[in-house]
Design a protein around this ligand. Structure first.
Ligand code: LLP
Length: 418
């Protein structure tokens, strides 16, 4: 059962009424369902009839409690910065739980990763490879690496989250793969252990995965024939989630069957790096209606959350369902623009949206915000970042405090000549 549902026209997340939570917490705030994340992880892993290891892609939601929850379930963590390594370790990860991807890793970040004895670095350029070798020399150690390959496959997703085409900045150009593996093999402090690929995010068909994974399968055979000891394949993340009820997405079983049909009979260890699919539909952004304003052309519902709290609609034109928390004011035949208070026309959550009636003071819930929600937030317009709550059954915990304006002011200094 979906843990986010109405009971007697009152929105619940697990066994708590959102209205009750909002009585104790200032809006806007994020809240996530513990049960949802748990069951996504279980359903995903049990869809496979082979050994796979999940490395949760923490860029989707890096809250310490979310990391802890997934680490407790046996997940590893896919990180993209030194900061994410630090957070993962603070949440209880050990180096061997961590895979480090990312197109621009600084020497300082690489040194930290190597000192933390992380499981694998997914390397994205020859210079990165050489820098890892040099840092290992300095630290008198060796590092396991995979090369991230760019298979030149169109993931057919939003242009800003497509990563596997030749024109994208990610990975090693396909035709150069053999050469880079040969270079890696000759570097004394590098252990080649794998091949990695990630073609994009919110992918809603299996076709691009099939194409990319088949290319990688053939490549691995070729690399093995050339004498490279490839022990694992890291297939990245990217499987999409339904943001509305009529969106059809491949099931976990279909995704697992595809992976199994390609890699099932190899003796490779298979890793996946899901982010969105574990988190997106676990989360709500709860916000209060400040005003309802009707002009000759539109009716605007102005809420106390804004694009600084949740960027996806304006950044990717993404669709998110929006519901009244208490669904007691009846239906409306109006179309609404649901907008925030920021001084930008791009500050909206939905345009021309049909929605049941609300009035100033009503609470509304923006759905499917658990992934790439809070992590993309900022303090624009001096709006401090909002709280995050994790709900489990009849209780909740505040898993990130709301930041106060005084904290923002405190970080700044007036230049000495002023
Ligand atoms: N692995 C790598 C190397 C990645 O770059 C990403 C996402 C993932 C795994 C996880 O992908 P997922 O399973 O979440 O699709 N802010 C955008 C999404 C950016 C995705 C970046 N990379 C959005 O809100 O749609």
């Amino acid at each position: 059962m979906n843990p986010i549902r109405y009971k007697d026209n009152n929105l619940f997340i697990e066994n708590l009424s959102v209205e009750d939570i909002a009585k104790e917490n200032k809006t806007p705030f994020y809240c996530y369902s513990d049960q949802f994340i748990n069951s996504q992880y279980d359903n995903l892993t049990s869809a496979f009839d082979m050994d796979i290891r999940v490395f949760y892609s923490m860029k989707a939601n890096s809250n310490a409690s979310i990391l802890k929850l997934l680490l407790n379930k046996g997940s590893g963590i896919d990180v993209v910065s030194g900061g994410e390594i630090e957070r993962a370790i603070a949440a209880g990860a050990s180096g061997k739980d961590i895979i480090y991807a990312g197109v621009g890793k600084t020497d300082e970040e690489l040194r930290y990763a190597i000192q933390s004895k992380i499981h694998c670095i997914n390397v994205e350029s020859q210079s990165e490879l050489e820098r890892i070798n040099d840092i290992c020399e300095e630290l008198k150690t060796k590092q396991d690496i995979a090369i991230r390959v760019n298979p030149d496959v169109d993931a057919k997703t939003h242009i800003k989250i497509t990563t596997g085409k030749a024109e994208n900045k990610f990975g090693i150009e396909f035709d150069y793969t053999n050469s880079i593996y040969n270079i890696a093999a000759n570097l004394p402090n590098i252990n080649i252990t794998g091949v990695s690929v990630h073609i994009g995010s919110q992918i809603t068909s299996l076709k691009p995965f099939k194409k990319a994974y088949t290319i990688i399968y053939d490549l691995i055979n070729q690399l093995k024939n050339l004498g490279h000891n490839i022990k694992h394949v890291d297939l990245g993340g990217g499987l999409g989630v339904p943001y509305s009820e009529d969106e059809t997405i491949p099931t976990f079983l279909e995704y697992a069957n595809l992976i199994q049909s390609i890699f099932g009979n190899t003796n490779l260890k298979v890793y996946i790096e899901p982010g969105r699919l574990l988190l997106a539909n676990s989360g709500l952004l709860i916000t209060k209606v400040i005003d309802v304003k009707t002009t000759s052309q539109k009716t605007f519902i102005i809420v106390d959350a804004a694009m600084n709290d949740f960027m996806r609609p304006t950044l990717y034109n993404s669709y998110h369902e929006i519901l009244p928390v208490r669904n007691n004011l009846g239906t409306s035949n109006k179309l609404y623009d649901i907008v925030g208070p920021i001084c930008e026309t791009g500050d909206y959550f939905a345009k021309n949206r049909k929605m049941n009636s609300v009035k100033p003071g009503s609470l509304i819930a923006i759905k499917s915000v658990g992934a790439y929600g809070s992590v993309l937030s900022s303090n624009y317009n001096s709006r401090p970042q909002i709280a995050e709550l994790l709900v489990k059954d009849y209780e909740y915990a505040i898993v990130r405090d709301r930041i106060e304006v005084k904290d923002l002011i405190q970080q700044e200094k007036i230049a000495h000549w002023l």
